[in-house]
Design a protein around this ligand. Structure first.
Ligand code: ADP
Ligand code: MG
Length: 727
């Protein structure tokens, strides 16, 4: 069924809905009991492994030492027994190919026992390595199909878990995915490599400050996820949402988000019951989701977990996206993760909170009460500032996907210009450093409440700046340019590596300045930080990133402004970038090139699907509705004329010209798509950006005008008003 019938049916179905689906009884099992129940966690490991094996495995997980080969079989057996006791029949190596999805290949635990029966079997070898073949995943030229071997390798540092299905459970083992030559074909492998690089350089700084414990310094990540929820009946009546994840057509609703009456508003019952259900599923997987609230746009929400080690946070983030989608369906809703599902309505992002720390040193970006005296904190902080300045283009490239182009720089998300916001207190220290040395920290003042029932509250030392792409937020940096559909792995790889490079630079300088004389440390750090503050002042911006003035100012400062994905992706293979990734053994030149190719291809494919959809919907849904109405109008005019009544033909004339325009724009989009052109990946991406995307927009412009004119009962697509407000 399609067209207006589908639309009317959708509305009918929603209005007739009686009870929200999937009602849970939370009293049956309290949250603290279900938390982590489906995770092969440290606690389970401790309970089930012989002491020496447990110790050895924990050493690998915590200190990242090599896995002792003889323990794999023991761990595998414990894992299998635990999984089978909990009802699992299959295991799956889960990996993250460069398409952005999560990939799984399931194998049964059962093997024939040779006597007509079967036994459950899972060896250490099967745990450590799998060969999914998976030759159809994009590899950007890294493997030819005749040598298509790809391996999944166990990531010991990310816990295995059980995935539930009404008909059974599957043991999921997080893995890396590499080619037989050892090239990374996935998103996880470089995250692990970059964490290793970051640790190595951070240790050198810690050592200078007298911390020689060697405890692994891990980057930490807390990703906040924004998303939309709409009723599934509407979703099915919108081929664009179904196939492209965003609406290609749709006039602005008479009431949009201008009242901001949705932001942090009370959460509708149906939505809240979905959220509770999703959170419960995530709890079972040991994902510490904490925050939920309404976002700015109608129908938009946010979920945020407590931060975890970057690698685990990244795996968990994927699970959050999958779980939101699955659970929404059970509640008759669709969760839209696209960065810009609705034009003219705020889009969705994923704020990536990032820091680094270790068991002995704590959070290395925690300033304490007197940051000016906390030299170690200032060093780590300055390393981040320097890194963003040196590799701003690369950082921008890490969030470059077609869908995110609709959001960055649209006055709802930071612009494509990377800069750092330090906040009052830190900025003051930065200014002092520029002029030679630091003597004081601005004191956090007290909030004058004017209400006597509360104790006097200390004010945060710095306010927030929501417009900055990379903001210091008290004890971490928040990277706000990540798109809501994206894996956080890519941005993490870039941040970890570029900060490692800065720490390396700083450590090398300080080691030379200090030599064997630790008493020189204080003066050396002050001198170096002063120099760095001067050298990298251009990247610090505390003003309004949305303003026009900033664009001009940033250009004067020489900061790159890579507006689109096509502008940004070439950064991946720039000389300094290739050299850096090579130096820290995170990505080889070939791996970077293959990524660039795949991402450019993804860009083109995304735009191609959208263009084809626009053509199809324009021709088979919009055009028929338009001519039906046109002919109704024409008939009315003729009928009235026949009985001698003069009827104003304005509306008919407008309809006629819009119908004509619709035909022209559709035809030119089709010819743009069919034109012969240069076939390099970059040239093709440029072509799609400059010719195809505007072609789709041109069709949309006409369509959205038609929506305001055509009789409502003929209009085939659920409108913005309906999708955003009918729940
Ligand atoms: P806001 O919306 O004000 O930015 P939220 O509470 O929604 O704040 O999200 C803050 C995020 O920052 C949470 O995911 C939190 O766990 C994370 N975070 C806090 N400390 C760290 C840290 N040291 N490293 C990484 N992330 C952190
Ligand atoms: Mg938030």
């Amino acid at each position: 069924m399609s067209g207006s019938k589908a639309r009317m049916k959708a509305i009918e179905a929603i209005t007739n809905q009686t009870a929200p689906c999937n009602v849970l009884n939370f009293h049956d099992q309290p949250a603290d009991e279900i938390f982590g129940m489906n995770v092969f966690s440290t606690k389970v490991l401790r309970d089930r492994l012989p002491k020496n094996v447990f110790k050895s495995l924990m050493k690998t997980i915590e200190d990242r030492t090599g896995l002792a080969p003889d323990i794999a079989d023991i761990v595998a057996t414990a894992m299998k027994d635990w999984a089978i006791e909990k009802g699992a029949t299959h295991y799956s190596h889960v990996f993250y190919p460069l398409t952005g999805l999560t990939a799984e290949k399931h194998d049964s635990f059962l093997v024939p026992d040779g006597q007509g029966g079967a036994i459950a079997d899972f060896s250490g070898k099967a745990l450590i390595q799998g060969e999914p073949d998976a030759s159809s995943f994009p590899n950007g030229g890294l493997r030819e199909t005749f040598e298509a071997r790809g391996y999944t390798l166990w990531d010991v540092t990310s816990p295995a878990y059980l995935m539930e299905n009404p008909n059974g459970r599957t043991l999921c083992i997080p893995t890396m995915f590499i080619s037989w030559t050892g090239d990374a074909l996935d998103k996880k492998t470089p995250v692990l490599r970059s964490m290793q690089a970051l640790n190595k350089q951070a240790q050198r700084i810690l050592k200078l400050f007298g911390n020689e414990s060697g405890a692994f310094v891990a980057s930490t990540a807390g990703p906040e996820q924004e998303y939309f929820l709409i009723d599934r009946n509407f979703f099915f009546a919108r081929p664009d949402l179904l196939n492209a994840g965003r609406t290609l057509f749709g006039a602005r609703p008479p009431k949009g988000q201008e009242f901001a009456d949705q932001y942090f508003g009370s959460i509708p019952e149906r939505v809240l019951s979905f959220m509770m259900d999703a959170e419960r599923e995530l709890f079972k997987l040991g994902i510490p989701v904490k925050t939920r609230h309404n976002e700015v746009a109608p129908g938009q929400y946010e979920i945020a977990p407590i931060y975890e080690t970057a690698n685990v946070a990244s795996d968990h983030q994927q699970l959050v996206m999958v779980t939101l989608k699955n659970v929404a369906r059970k509640h008759g809703m669709e969760c839209l993760l696209h960065e810009k599902p609705f034009l003219g309505i705020n889009g969705s992002g994923k704020h990536l909170n990032w820091s680094l720390g270790s068991a002995t040193a704590g959070n290395l970006l925690d300033p304490g009460d007197t940051p000016h005296a906390n030299m170690q904190f200032l060093v780590f902080c300055m390393a981040v500032v320097r890194a963003v300045h040196q590799y701003g283009g690369l950082l921008r490239a890490s969030v470059a996907v077609a869908s995110n182009d609709h959001r960055l720089g649209a006055n709802e998300a930071p612009p494509a210009i990377m800069s750092v916001y330090l906040g009052d207190q830190l900025n003051d220290i930065f200014e002092q450093l520029k002029s030679g040395g630091v003597k004081s920290s601005k004191k956090a003042s007290l909030i004058q409440l004017g209400v006597d029932t509360l104790p006097v509250l200390p004010k945060d030392a710095g306010d927030r700046n929501r417009t900055s792409p990379f903001a210091f937020t008290g004890n971490r940096f928040e990277f706000r340019a990540v798109g809501s559909t994206q894996s956080i792995a890519g941005p993490l790889v870039v941040i970890n590596t570029m900060v490692a490079e800065s720490l390396d630079y700083i450590a090398t300088e300080l080691e030379a300045m200090v030599g064997n004389n630790p008493s020189k440390l204080q003066a050396s750090v002050t001198k170096l930080l002063s120099q760095l503050a001067k050298d990298h002042a251009a990247i610090v911006f505390n003003g309004d990133n949305y303003s026009e003035q900033w664009h001009a100012e940033a250009a004067r400062r020489g900061l790159p402004n890579l507006k689109t994905t096509v502008d940004a992706l070439p950064e991946l293979t720039k000389k300094p970038v290739v050299a850096m990734f090579k130096k820290y053994s995170v990505l080889s030149k070939e791996e970077l090139e293959s990524r660039q190719t795949i991402y450019l291809e993804n860009y083109v494919m995304t735009l191609k699907v959208e263009a084809n959809l626009a053509l199809k919907m324009g021709r088979t849904l919009i055009f028929p509705a338009a001519i039906r109405y046109q002919s109704e109008l024409a008939k009315t005019c003729a009928d009235l004329k026949a009985v001698g009544i003069k009827f104003d033909t304005n509306t008919l004339d407008r309809m006629t010209s819009l119908v004509k325009e619709l035909q022209t724009t559709l035809e030119s989009l089709e010819s743009v798509m069919g034109a012969k052109r240069d076939d390099s990946a970059l040239a093709e991406a440029r072509y799609f950006r400059d010719k195809v995307l505007p072609g789709v927009l041109a069709v949309r412009k006409v369509t959205d005008q038609l929506e305001g004119l055509v009789a409502d009962d003929l209009w085939p697509l659920p409108t913005y008003q309906e999708m955003l407000f009918i729940k």
